[in-house]
Design a protein around this ligand. Structure first.
Ligand SMILES: Cc1cc2nc3c(=O)[nH]c(=O)nc-3n(C[C@H](O)[C@H](O)[C@H](O)COP(=O)(O)OP(=O)(O)OC[C@H]3O[C@@H](n4cnc5c(N)ncnc54)[C@H](O)[C@@H]3O)c2cc1C
Length: 370
């Protein structure tokens, strides 16, 4: 049976970042992906925002890895000419009573080490975004956007150039630990191999992979809840140059229906928040009204008929509706009797921003086994 040193399950942005980080020096590294190519799930269904690390609970990995990841991602994009742009972002208070929330956001961000935020007056907001109505705003200069496919292509290419093998149409269907290696079954028995280390980067299915490996995912609190985010596009475009976010609604599991721009300048609004039980990416036309109401608070010139259903993505959340925010799980399961099984669970936003920092953390965890 083939024997690998490190197997990564899932070729999303996180799995591929890990693959590049751990490849080389003669290590036998394999990436297994069930789809026909990389990045077909959450990594291509998101806002492509390089977050600054503003909102996350102080002390969380989300806060630390987002800040580190922001810096590392900009560096990598510059070095490899991966399309990206530091657009900057406005968080807008549309009413006087929201100003205190802006202050709280800035303080929280500063505790997370994000020290480049500034306040903009009504006049300064209008200079930057003439169609946005707001009484005051926070400006984040280090927020930007990235071509997530270009990024994944680059990770994949560099991992393969360093000797990693990336295989598609290969779904992990069983995992058996024999005390020294993991035996991994693909496509219900089509082939099997052994791996000393297993890195679970299976996104929306990472809890199932943990279960296949023999963990009690309820006892470990690893069971994922699916939280869908829909987007609506707008035509004609309001021509935003920055990302525009409202003040987030407390305990609402998302950052509020914001305006994202892609590298072609196309504006999309979203994602909203809807816990779902099945993975279905259809965007319902009847949500147009609720999007209209949310966006109009900061874009009063918006007309309902200019909005059209666009794409959606599904967040792999560890917390259910109304529950307090949970952190990323990045754990070696040694204490549960599975040394060298590294679980990455609940890698929702800011997972794209944090991918290189997450990969470095995984590399650190597996160094003891190499
Ligand atoms: C609506 C939305 C907006 C977001 N916006 C942002 C943003 O602007 N900025 C940001 O930083 N983050 C954002 N995120 C978060 C970001 O997209 C994710 O954190 C990131 O893409 C997760 O990458 P991943 O590789 O862990 O997961 P995925 O991209 O889901 O990859 C997991 C892979 O594992 C594979 N897989 C699953 N099961 C198996 C199996 N049994 N065998 C083999 N392969 C398997 C899947 O096919 C998939 O390709 C957003 C997320 C959503 C949903």
């Amino acid at each position: 049976m083939y024997q690998f040193d490190i197997t990564i399950i899932g070729a999303g942005v996180v799995g591929l970042a890990v693959a590049e980080e751990v490849s080389g020096k003669g290590k036998r590294v394999l990436v297994v992906e069930r789809n026909t190519t990389f990045g077909q799930e959450t990594s291509s269904r998101n806002s492509e925002v390089i977050h600054a690390g503003i909102y996350y609970t102080n002390g969380f990995l989300k806060a630390q890895l987002c800040r580190e990841g922001n810096r590392l991602l900009y560096e990598l994009c510059r070095e490899r000419s991966i399309p990206h742009r530091a657009t900057g972002k406005l968080i807008v208070a549309t009413e006087e009573k929201e100003i205190s929330e802006l202050l709280a956001i800035k303080e929280k961000a500063e505790r997370n080490g994000v020290d480049d935020l500034s306040f903009l007056s009504r006049k300064e907001i209008l200079q930057r975004e003439p169609s946005v109505k707001a009484v005051e705003a926070i400006f984040s200069p280090s927020t930007g956007i990235v071509d997530s496919h270009g990024l994944m292509r680059s990770f994949c290419h560099h991992a393969e150039a360093a000797g990693a093998t990336v295989v598609f149409r290969s779904e992990v269907t069983a995992i058996q630990y024999d005390g020294s290696s993991y035996e991994v079954e693909i496509n219900n028995g089509e082939y099997r191999f052994l791996s000393a280390i297993l890195v679970n980067c299976a996104g929306l299915h990472s809890d199932r992979i943990a279960k296949l490996a023999g963990l009690d995912i309820d006892a470990k609190d690893y069971r994922l809840k699916y939280c869908k985010g829909d987007y609506f596009s707008i035509s004609p475009s309001p021509g935003f140059r920055h990302l525009v976010y409202p003040v987030p609604v407390k305990n609402h599991a998302g950052l509020g229906v914001h305006a994202t721009i892609d590298l072609t300048g196309r504006v999309r609004f979203g994602p909203d928040v809807e816990y779902v039980s099945v993975l279905n990416y259809a965007v319902r036309e009847e949500k147009r009204e609720s999007f209209y109401r949310a966006i109009r608070s900061y874009l009063p010139s918006l007309r309902l008929e200019t909005l059209s259903p666009d794409m959606s993505g599904i967040r792999p959340k560890l917390q259910g509706p109304g529950e307090p925010e949970r952190d990323f799980v990045i754990a070696d399961e040694r204490e549960s009797g599975l040394p060298g099984l590294i679980n990455l669970i609940g890698i929702e936003s800011p997972g794209l921003t944090s991918c290189i920092a997450i990969a470095r953390r995984v590399h650190f965890l597996i160094q003891q086994y190499l």
